[in-house]
Design a protein. Structure first.
Length: 347
């Protein structure tokens, strides 16, 4: 009898620590566009913004039941790659392109009107991502200029943009770039911590812990060595735990060195034991659902989630370029090719 009781207690204890299974699925929505969507920003269960190729720009105020098309002046041929917002009224919109094709727009009236607040000043510049730490402080990054990472910052909600002095930044390698694939090659935490992920010849992570005054750069085990390989997205849960995803966008369905995690703020990166089973992923984000912390990643070949800070991953259907987590696990959207938009359900 004693042995039986011990067996029952042990079984109960094992069940108690076993990770509960989750069911994640994407519910398609009608975006009204056939463009490739690369930027999406979820606010809450009703409000979200999206942007993409050929000046594509839309928002929803009813949870995605309807997406309303918007227009930015002179943007018909621009390739919008990122959009940032904290509510349904104020947003910042970024286009990617060589030189004068890289713009940052701002709206304060829900997208009815837009103002150009920055246009790339350097003919070799190429904006990749913008990131706002709060409604006043923001950063934007470009491919390297004069062998240095190009970082812009704004202290006033995007009214003015200033380049962080290049001599404060570590030098970049020949043929080391950033990817404007999903609006997420920058990660931030608080008001001082920033991480920038690169690819190409090498796949590295640049980090500042004091708002850009000092930077360090760290290597990663991610695939690299050509212009199509590297880190495409980076996300930090706090100042220590982070995840990077990427791969080779010319081989979207192939596994390899496409994911890694850190627990020391990005100094060292490790790959999951079964990393080769994960195909190319272009966007990653953190979320909390019923007190469980999840890392969620998407790519054109599928979606994945992790319940153990990136150490292992579960895959599920859903092909997208980018994703965004709003103020709850009920406010998560993803978007991709051919105007594809969907909202996540977790059970």
């Amino acid at each position: 009898m004693l042995c039986t009781l011990l067996f029952v207690v042990l079984s109960l204890n094992l069940d108690a620590v076993e990770k509960p299974a989750l069911s994640l699925s994407w519910t398609p929505q009608v975006s009204g566009s056939s463009a490739s969507i690369r930027g999406i920003k979820a606010i809450d269960e009703r409000h979200a913004w999206l942007c993409g190729a050929n000046g594509t720009l839309s928002k929803t105020t009813d949870g995605g039941a309807h997406w309303v098309s918007l227009k930015a002046p002179g943007a018909g041929d621009l390739d919008f790659r990122d959009i940032e917002a904290f509510d349904g009224e104020t947003a910042w919109l970024m286009s990617a392109g060589v030189g004068k094709k890289s713009f940052i727009y701002k709206t304060v009236d829900g997208g009815k009107s837009w103002q150009v607040v920055y246009n790339m000043e350097h003919e070799k510049g190429f904006l990749n991502t913008i990131n706002f730490l709060n409604p006043k402080q923001g950063v934007a990054v470009s491919d390297p200029i004069d062998d240095r990472l190009f970082v812009l910052s704004t202290p006033d909600g995007g009214a003015s943009w200033n380049r962080i002095p290049p001599d404060l930044l570590p030098a970049m390698k020949d043929d080391e770039y950033l990817f404007a694939a999903s609006g997420s090659c920058i990660a931030s935490y608080g008001t001082n911590h920033l991480w920038v992920a690169t690819g190409g010849a090498v796949a590295r992570v640049f980090r500042t812990e004091n708002g850009g005054k000092d930077w360090a750069v760290f290597g990663t085990p991610m695939t690299s060595g050509s212009s199509s390989k590297g880190i495409f997205s980076i996300a930090f849960l706090n100042t220590r735990n982070g995840v990077i995803v990427g791969g080779d966008y010319t081989k979207e369905k192939e596994g390899g060195s496409c994911v890694a995690w850190t627990e020391d703020g990005g100094i060292t990166w490790k790959q999951p034991e079964h990393a080769k089973k994960m195909a190319f992923r272009s966007s990653v984000a953190w979320l909390t659902h019923n007190k469980k912390i999840l890392a969620l990643a998407v790519g054109p070949a599928g979606s994945s989630y992790s319940l153990d800070l990136g150490r292992s991953w579960t895959h599920f259907p859903g092909n997208f370029h980018t994703l965004s987590v709003g103020n709850s696990s009920s406010a998560i959207w993803a978007a991709g090719a051919d105007g594809r938009v969907a909202r996540l359900t977790i059970q």
